[in-house]
Design a protein around this ligand. Structure first.
Ligand SMILES: Nc1ncnc2c1ncn2[C@@H]1O[C@H](COP(=O)(O)OP(=O)(O)OP(=O)(O)O)[C@@H](O)[C@H]1O
Ligand SMILES: [Mg+2]
Length: 437
């Protein structure tokens, strides 16, 4: 109904009142009575509309004019809303059903950290009871300390790995994704098999390396004896024996690095609590390297006083790998600068050289085992390609990250960034814990 027809009805009512009043010689009183009657009629209609709005009954059929229009509009909107609700509900049911049938655990947690929903798999893996636990804070029910600190830190960029100690001893991977207004979706996956395989691989590499050391010691021993008496050797044997000695040396270095890597990997879970004075470590390293390479200049730029909590031998070996790389891949007359300073997000240990640099395409793969930018070049320099893999593992187990900046022909800077609290915190290991490089 248009506004002007409603107005016309009011006007008609007033005119009728006036006419009736005229008949009794009281036109204004007639109009007032007509308006009053109209107001009473509207109030009655309004109260019926109000009663109907509170109910879910079908609309009353005897509401006329403007009120009838209002009722039919509201009814139409109610019907559309009900249809939408049914459609959304069936979509939610469908999604919940697909989550429920997943082999991974799924938990929906609200912005306050309370459980809203979880599937059977999550209930089993995290020892939850649903729907009984709905509304409870998840950190009160999953009482693993690593889980609590991971959730409260709120940084979900890397997944969390948990080891459940209860009846079912398993390794779980937890991935948290935020959605909506601060709600979170937790995916829980049983990765026990993968961890077991990684452990088996590590053990295998460690055992083989260990077993190979004894025969190699015998071979290098004999080679050393032969080469100590070169004057008694026939000429045609001298070169092959020297090459064998060189390759046996490489093999020895390779086994040493493999054993060291497998030791670091197996100790990653242990807490590292030794407080290390990095300045003193760098002074010692400089002394050792200048004794071995007297012609090389190693400059120390030490401006921070912070200490790092960790394993001295591991850190020494990682930093030594970086400095030796810097020496190996730069010219003898250029300096290698080692810096220790405070930066925006922690302590920065940087090793800078003015050497050959590395093409940008190789940088993401440098820390993979045996990865070398140029195989022929590395064979010439005697590298095993395990140095940066060791650095990466040591960094991860100390909560540090490795940054690599390099420009071909100008030089490279390798930086280990230690978090400010690295002295106190046990760091949650991510993929490295599972031995992925
Ligand atoms: N400072 C650097 N400048 C240029 N290239 C580098 C530098 N550091 C590492 N690289 C490149 O990265 C590769 C991997 O280094 P990594 O230390 O892992 O192995 P490596 O030096 O060959 O052997 P290792 O250190 O085990 O003796 C090297 O082969 C080299 O190509
Ligand atoms: Mg190296």
């Amino acid at each position: 109904m248009q506004w002007y027809s409603a107005l016309f009805r009011v006007f008609l009512c007033v005119v009728l009142g006036l006419a009736l009043g005229w008949y009794f010689d009281r036109p204004l009183a007639g109009a007032a009575v007509a308006l009053l009657a109209l107001a009473l009629f509207w109030s009655y209609q309004m109260s019926r509309l109000q009663t109907w709005l509170k109910s879910s009954d079908p609309p009353p059929a005897d509401l006329y004019g403007l009120w009838g229009d209002v009722v039919s509009q509201i009814h139409k909107q109610r019907r559309v809303a009900a249809e939408n609700e049914t459609r959304l509900q069936s979509l939610v049911d469908y999604l919940l059903e697909s989550f429920a049938s997943m082999r991974d655990g799924v938990v929906i947690v609200d912005a306050q950290g309370a459980i809203k929903w979880c599937n059977d798999m999550a209930a089993e893996m995290l020892a939850l009871q649903f729907p009984e636990d709905s509304g409870q804070a998840i950190t009160n029910l999953v009482r693993h300390p690593d889980f609590k600190s991971y959730v409260s830190a709120g940084d979900y960029a890397d997944p969390l790995y948990l080891y459940t100690n209860g009846d079912s001893k398993r390794h779980l991977q937890v991935i948290i994704t935020r959605f909506g207004k601060g709600d979170s979706l937790l995916f829980v996956r049983d990765v026990s098999e993968r961890v077991r395989m990684d452990q088996a691989r590590r053990d295998f590499v460690g055992n083989v390396s260990h077993e190979l050391r004894t025969p190699l010691t015998v071979i290098t021993g004999y080679l050393g004896t032969f080469l100590a008496n070169t004057e008694r050797l026939p000429d045609y044997l001298l070169k092959p024996l020297q090459q064998m000695d060189q390759q046996a040396d490489r093999m020895e270095n390779l086994l040493k690095d493999l054993l060291w890597l497998s030791r670091i990997e197996s100790e990653e879970r242990d807490e590292k609590r030794e407080s290390i004075d990095i300045k003193a470590l760098l002074e010692e390293l400089k002394e050792e390297l200048t004794a071995a390479h007297p012609r090389r200049r190693v400059l120390l730029r030490l401006s921070a006083d912070g200490r790092v909590s960790g394993d001295y031998r591991e850190l020494y070996s990682a930093i030594s790998n970086l400095v030796q790389n810097a020496m190996k891949y730069s010219a003898d007359d250029t300096p290698v600068t080692v810096g220790w300073r405070v930066g925006p997000d922690g302590y920065y240990l940087s090793v800078r050289d003015q050497g050959i640099g590395i093409d940008r395409a190789h940088i993401p793969r440098l820390t993979e085992r045996f990865y070398r930018v140029d195989d022929s070049r590395s064979s010439a320099t005697g590298g095993t390609g395990l140095g940066l893999a060791i650095v990466k593992h040591v960094a991860a187990s100390h909560g540090a990250r490795l940054q690599i900046e390099s420009e071909p022909g100008k030089g490279s800077t390798f930086t280990l960034v230690f978090p400010p609290e690295s002295s106190a915190e046990k760091v949650t290991m991510t993929e490295q814990r599972n031995g992925q490089c």
